[in-house]
Design a protein around this ligand. Structure first.
Ligand code: SAH
Ligand code: DHB
Ligand code: MG
Length: 223
C-alpha cells in the first residue's frame, strides 16, 4: 500500500462524509501562497476534532500551535456562539494570516490568538484563570510537548480531553536512541504518561493525505 493510496482514500472519505467548505479550502490556499509550511491537520482529522468537541459539549477550547488557523476553524465551528477558543502561536506572520482565515470562516468572534512562545503564554492563561478548558489540542513545536501536556492538564477539569498531534512520526517514535529533539519530546510524553493515574490515554496510528503519523488522546481524571 503506497502513500498515493492513502491520499486517494482520504479524498474518497472527504468526498463522502467530510464537509470541507470554501473558507477551509481558502485558508489552506492562502497559507500555501504565503509560504507557510503544509502541515495543518487533514480535513478528516479536523472533522474528528470538531466531532469530539461537539460530543464533549465543549465551551472553552485551548489550541497550542495555530499556523494559518485551519484546525482552529474546525474546532471553533464546533463551539456554541458564546463559546471561546484561545490559540497560542509563536510566529506573528502565522497569527496575522490565521486571523484573516478565521474571519472569512465566520468564527473570529469566538477565537483569540495570543502571539508568543506558548511556554510564556500558558502561565499567563493560568494566572488569568482562563481555564478550565474542555478540550486542548497540542500541535506546536514537538520538543516542548511534555511541558505543554502538563500545562494542558493543569488548565483542564476532570473529563476534559487533551489531544496531541504527531505522536508517531513515521514510526520514529520507537527509536530510543534518536537524536531528533522532536521525537525525544514525543517519547518523553509517553514516558511521563506511563503510570500517570491523573489521565487515561491512548494513541492511534494514522495514514492519509498527511502520510504516516498519529495522535494521542487523553481524558483528564484529576487535574
Ligand atoms: N494546528 C495547525 C498546525 C500547527 S503547525 C493546524 O493543524 O492547522 C505548528 C505551529 O506551531 C506553527 O505555526 C509554529 O509557528 C507554531 N509554534 C512553534 N513553536 C511554537 C512555540 N514555542 N509557541 C507557540 N507556537 C509555536
Ligand atoms: C510536522 C507536521 C505537523 O503536523 C506538525 O504539527 C509539525 C510538523 C512535520 O511534518 O514536520
Ligand atoms: Mg501537527
Amino acid at each position: 500500500m503506497s502513500e498515493d493510496t492513502w491520499g486517494t482514500v482520504d479524498a474518497y472519505i472527504l468526498d463522502n462524509v467530510v464537509e470541507e467548505d470554501s473558507a477551509l479550502r481558502a485558508a489552506l490556499a492562502d497559507s500555501r501562497a504565503a509560504g507557510l509550511p503544509d502541515i495543518a491537520v487533514s480535513a478528516a482529522h479536523g472533522k474528528l476534532l470538531s466531532l469530539w468537541a461537539q460530543t464533549l459539549g465543549a465551551r472553552r477550547i485551548l489550541e497550542i500551535g495555530t499556523l494559518g488557523g485551519y484546525s482552529t476553524i474546525w474546532l471553533a465551528r464546533a463551539l456554541p456562539h458564546d463559546g471561546a477558543l484561545i490559540s497560542l502561536e509563536y510566529e506573528a506572520k502565522h497569527a496575522e494570516l490565521a486571523r484573516k482565515n478565521l474571519a472569512r470562516a465566520g468564527v473570529a468572534e469566538r477565537v483569540t490568538i495570543r502571539v508568543g512562545a506558548a511556554l510564556d503564554s500558558l502561565p499567563v492563561l493560568a494566572k488569568e484563570s482562563q481555564g478550565p478548558f474542555d478540550l486542548t489540542f497540542i500541535d506546536a513545536d514537538k520538543q516542548n510537548i511534555p511541558a505543554y501536556f502538563d500545562w494542558a492538564r493543569r488548565l483542564s477539569r476532570p473529563g476534559s480531553l487533551i489531544i496531541v498531534d504527531n505522536v508517531v512520526r513515521r514510526g520514529a517514535v520507537i527509536d530510543a536512541s534518536t537524536a531528533d529533539a522532536a521525537v525525544q519530546g514525543v517519547r518523553k510524553l509517553y514516558a511521563s504518561l506511563k503510570g500517570d493515574r491523573r489521565v487515561s490515554a491512548t494513541a492511534v496510528q494514522t495514514v492519509g493525505s498527511k502520510g504516516y503519523d498519529g495522535f494521542l488522546v487523553a481524558r483528564v481524571l484529576e487535574v
